[in-house]
Write a protein that binds this ligand. Sequence first.
Ligand SMILES: C[S@@+](CC[C@H](N)C(=O)[O-])C[C@H]1O[C@@H](n2cnc3c(N)ncnc32)[C@H](O)[C@@H]1O
Length: 211
Amino acid sequence: MQNKVKELKLRLGLLSQKMYFTLSYKLNFAEWDVSAAQPDLVKLVNSGRLPGKRVLDIGCGLGDNAIYMATEGYDVTGIDYVTSGIKVARKRASKTNTCINFGVADAFSLSSFKNEFDIVTDFGLYHNVPAGKLPLYLDNITKVLKPGGFFIIQSFGSGAPKSRFGPRLVTEPELHKVFGLPWEILEIQPAEYTNRDGVSVPALLSIIKFH
Ligand SMILES: C[S@@+](CC[C@H](N)C(=O)[O-])C[C@H]1O[C@@H](n2cnc3c(N)ncnc32)[C@H](O)[C@@H]1O
């Protein structure tokens, strides 16, 4: 009985999260919409450390990180479970000289992709995954990454403002606990998630290799 209540709470939480993201795009209050790539992604790409060219941007939102990677010569697929977000992403991409495969998909159900990607980028999704769903989420990432591929996560860090219904604040100990084998954490760096009010939220940028 207790387990059923726990599962129900988890499902309700996920449903309200999806509603929140859907409304944020419909009513234009997505504070992460900066209409540009996140500066930490730009730095990482410029560092030349990323392996290969095939990228899956998971929870791509309105597509700016995906568009940036495509302009840098990556072969990019961007997915999000909010259809209206994907429509905007396609529209933004159409104004650039890029060819990106945008699609509506749920990060917990990625069976249509088979170990195709060298890099999976997750900017702002991981910290919204409830702890109880992390194993399922990571299982899906292992299905889409090639062995040797990188999983890049930018998440709110412990210095970010805490909110009851908002994202989890991710810590280094959590990441070390979650990413045991077949994962290898290569680096966790302090980062800044820039929002559209020009505010930088303390974040972590994690570079994790899949073996
Ligand atoms: C904070 S926003 C970040 C969007 C984008 N990555 C960016 O940095 O601008 C998180 C995104 O993850 C998407 N998302 C959350 N849970 C998801 C899921 N289970 N499957 C697919 N997308 C999801 C939301 O719809 C939202 O667009």
